[in-house]
Design a protein around this ligand. Structure first.
Ligand SMILES: Cc1cc2nc3c(=O)[nH]c(=O)nc-3n(C[C@H](O)[C@H](O)[C@H](O)COP(=O)(O)OP(=O)(O)OC[C@H]3O[C@@H](n4cnc5c(N)ncnc54)[C@H](O)[C@@H]3O)c2cc1C
Length: 434
């Protein structure tokens, strides 16, 4: 079949590769200038490119790792991998998975954590023990803050474990986050083999990681926004000119709704379009600091920052690319992630940059002074993820139309908006075609 895939984010790309490998002719249409979608390179003149936001992966991202291998992109050299480590920049807290079989690696991490009283460790282990026998399922789903209250989680455990993990994985505040989705993340990372919880950080830019390395016979049309899908005899036309037997629509929900709304109504169409309206976007900001010289005393790849709702402490995680990257000629780069950021705190970019820089300098004081910042870039992605809230109905990959499937991190993967979910959705959409 001749299949068109609309959107070259990780979902559309993964669909395109699966369709290609199943023997179909595949054309990809991407509105932007390059492949990768939200997880893409942002080119920069005169220096190494940045990403459209710092991303991490987990050892649990098996489909993504398989896809990389399929494209001859070696995860071992392109990703820095280490056992899950939540170490505060100030040095007063550390939780580190140990070299033990799962789940003891995680139990030992909690039992030996630095910065918690025994009662706090016991409360966290008890909450985990409550989730595990039921297969990490939570029914009825409810806000994580409510579930944490029910489980009597102490403030120190909420602050150092639940809140940072919930923001990192779901990009949704505790008061709104889905406990079921958080439990699914915990199951697939902490209870799925020792290396499933490993942290994997790209050593190259996100487009180079694999999206730039598609099989040569997949045609990628860049700068090609699709404005219209029309049903045609035995297929569909795009923008009135490209004809395909089948389509995968792999764009964010509002864009998908615009494209699908004009197709002939079928049973289930109205409900699908309503579901596409139900997603609320949540922003993420990344402050990139290019240093004048390497910060040799900072030998950690990733540190947890102490954030608070007040605008003086915004950043949650610090990434040190001098340690992450294995390219000696890369500029010393520090990236600070602000999940679920409030764009109103960041409208004055200069002030926001200064506030975050002061926060980082204060909290990393034990590593000595940070070298001078040569350049700083604040990247704000307003529609970084969808709010992972309880009761969100996420569409399946099948649609009411023949040979027209949906892909995207927002489809019904069970995961929050993450790279692995996008890859899984693309492969599931490809299976709907034919
Ligand atoms: C700052 C940031 C940090 C993140 N951190 C992490 C992380 O640490 N770990 C993790 O796992 N995930 C993270 N994520 C989430 C991850 O990036 C997404 O889950 C994933 O990239 C979604 O891929 P997708 O293909 O579903 O959607 P997208 O990447 O949004 O792809 C959709 C594509 O469709 C194109 N498009 C839209 N409309 C049209 C049209 N009409 N015609 C043609 N093309 C169109 C868009 O240009 C885009 O390229 C982060 C996201 C952001 C933004």
């Amino acid at each position: 079949m001749n299949v068109g895939v609309i959107g070259a984010g990780w979902a559309g790309l993964s669909a395109a590769i699966a369709l290609h490998d199943a023997g179909h002719d595949v054309s990809l249409y991407e509105a932007g200038p390059l492949a990768g979608g939200r997880a893409r390179r942002v080119p920069a003149a005169g220096r190494a490119p940045l990403d459209n936001g710092q991303h991490i992966m987990l050892g649990a991202y098996q489909r993504t790792l398989q896809l990389m291998r399929r494209l001859h992109r070696d995860p071992d050299s392109l990703l820095l991998q280490f056992g899950l480590k939540m170490r505060s920049a100030s040095g007063d807290f550390e939780l580190r998975c140990r070299a033990l079989p799962s789940p003891w690696h995680a139990v030992a991490a909690v039992a030996l954590a630095k910065g918690w009283h025994t009662s706090e460790k016991a409360a966290l282990l008890k909450a985990m023990a409550h989730l595990r026998p039921g297969g990490w399922k939570v029914a009825p789903d409810r806000p994580l803050a409510q579930w944490l209250d029910e489980q009597r989680q102490p403030a120190g455990v909420v602050k150092r474990f639940w809140e940072p993990l919930c923001l990192a994985a779901l990009n949704t505040p505790l008061a709104d986050a889905s406990t079921a989705m958080m439990a699914r993340v915990l199951k697939d990372s902490l209870d799925a083999g020792r290396h499933a919880s490993d942290v994997l950080i790209p050593r190259t830019d996100l487009s180079d990681l694999w999206p730039d390395h598609l099989p040569a016979d997949i045609t990628l049309h860049r700068h090609s926004p699709i404005q219209r899908i029309n049903a045609a005899p035995n297929g569909y036309t795009l923008n009135g000119k490209h004809w395909h037997d089948a389509l995968v629509v792999a764009v964010p929900p509002p864009n998908a709704k615009r494209l699908l709304a004009d197709l002939p109504a079928r049973p289930g169409t109205k409900r699908l379009l309503q579901h596409l309206d139900a997603f609320s976007p949540v922003p993420i900001a990344t402050l990139n600091l290019i240093l004048e010289e390497p910060w040799d005393a900072l030998h950690e790849p990733m540190l947890m920052l102490d954030d608070q709702a007040d605008p003086g402490r915004l950043g949650q995680w610090l990434f040190n690319h001098a340690v992450i990257s294995n390219a000696p000629d890369r500029h010393p780069l520090i990236s600070i992630v602000i999940s679920n950021c409030r764009p109103e705190n960041l409208t004055d970019r200069e002030t926001a940059g200064r506030v975050i820089l002061e926060q980082v300098c204060r909290q990393t004081a034990r590593f000595g002074p940070m070298p001078k910042v040569a350049e700083q870039m604040l990247i704000i992605e307003k529609r970084a993820t969808f709010a992972a809230t309880p009761g969100l109905t996420r569409p399946d990959n099948h649609t009411p139309w023949d040979n027209l499937a949906l892909a995207g991190d927002w489809t019904n993967t069970g995961y929050p908006a993450v790279l692995e979910g996008a890859v899984i959705s693309g492969q599931a959409a490809a299976r709907c075609i034919g």
